[in-house]
Structures are given as C-alpha cells and as structure tokens.
Design a binder for this molecule. Sequence first.
Ligand SMILES: O=C(O)C(=O)C[C@H](O)[C@H](O)COP(=O)(O)O
Length: 212
Amino acid sequence: MSNQAAAIDHLLGSTRVMPVVVIDDADKAVPLAEALLEGGISAIEITLRTDAALDAVRRIKGSLPDMVVGTGTVLSPTHLKQSLDAGAVFAVSPGLTPRLAEAAITLIDDIPLLPGTAGASDVMAAMEFGFERLKFFPAEAAGGLPMIKSLASPLQATKFCPTGGISEKTAPDYLAQDNVFCVGGSWLTPKAAIADGDWAEITRIAKAAAAI
Ligand SMILES: O=C(O)C(=O)C[C@H](O)[C@H](O)COP(=O)(O)O
C-alpha cells in the first residue's frame, strides 16, 4: 500500500459518507459541523470556492477536535499550502495535474491529497505518483456505477470515493462495491439549510446518511 493510501485510510477509514460543502459565511461553519457530528458524520470537505472557506476550516479545526476537516476544489499547489496553513488534515481535488501531484507527494505526511480521476488513464497517471485512494469525479456523468465496477479488476490497488451527482438514494449501491471506500456529495448540506441556519435539517440528513 502506498503512503498516500495509508494516510487516507488512517484519516477517512471509518468515513462512509463525506459532505462536500460550499460555505459563504464562516460564522456558519461551526454550527454546521456540529449538526453533522450530531447526525453521526465526522468528516467534512470544505470547498475552496468561496472567500469564507479557509476561515471556515480554521474555525472548525479550532473548535471541534472530533471533526476531520479537509478542503475541496484544490486546484493548485497554492491551494494545498493554504489548506495546510488553515489546519485542514486532508485535501480533495476534482482532477490531477503533474504540478499538483508533485507538490502533493512532498506534503503527503502533512496533508494527504485525494485526487480526482474519471477513467483508467487518469487512475494510472495518479498511481505513477503513488496515489491509490482516489476520488471518482464526476461520478454519475463519468459512467457511474458501471464505470466503477469496470475499473475494479484491472486497477486492484485503488479504492475510490465517488463524488458528483450522488444522492442518498444512489449512495448505497456505490458503497456496496469493494473498490469504494466512501461517497461524497453536496446533498448532505443543502444551500438553503445552511443559509437558514436550519441545523436540525442538516442533522436529520446526516443521520439518514450515516445509517446507509
Ligand atoms: O469541488 C470539488 O473538489 C469537486 O470535485 C466537486 C464536488 O465533489 C462536487 O461538486 C460535489 O458534487 P454534487 O454532490 O453533485 O454537488
């Protein structure tokens, strides 16, 4: 097993469902993460798509030691460094470039990267850098369940976290695959519920997801 696989397994080995969060207001970060913890979800991916994202990571890391907090939409070595500085313990990217892969491998013990792949060549390129735990993105658009099943035989060292278009309904079929260790999605943290501060609704969705 590669160092990257060991690091990701250590951090996310017990995570079956990962909320992919877009947060506009860092003040909402801690109550949101508390609501997820209350529902039995203990890992969170904060996407670096908003100005509030890094502050949100900092606050969750500072207040909730039980929450495993990572960043998403990591597109560059700079994003990776910023994630580490904010206290993120893992990072997720939608795809992988040689530049990001090289930077990520040097930081693997500090902040392991879960890189996105969408097909066999992507997976092979990622494996050349030592990545064996991969995001499968965009899961539904890139072939969904049949694609994940097809990748299993030739690429046995890898396990995936499919993300993109997954819902509470489709998650169980993905999670039933041997080469799937978790699924990710934004369905766990609807924009409206975050905006309204409806933490009870987030806990309700988290509980349903944790029960899958
Ligand atoms: O930001 C990233 O790093 C991504 O790769 C994209 C996210 O994983 C998807 O946006 C989540 O997909 P949905 O659950 O369909 O909303």
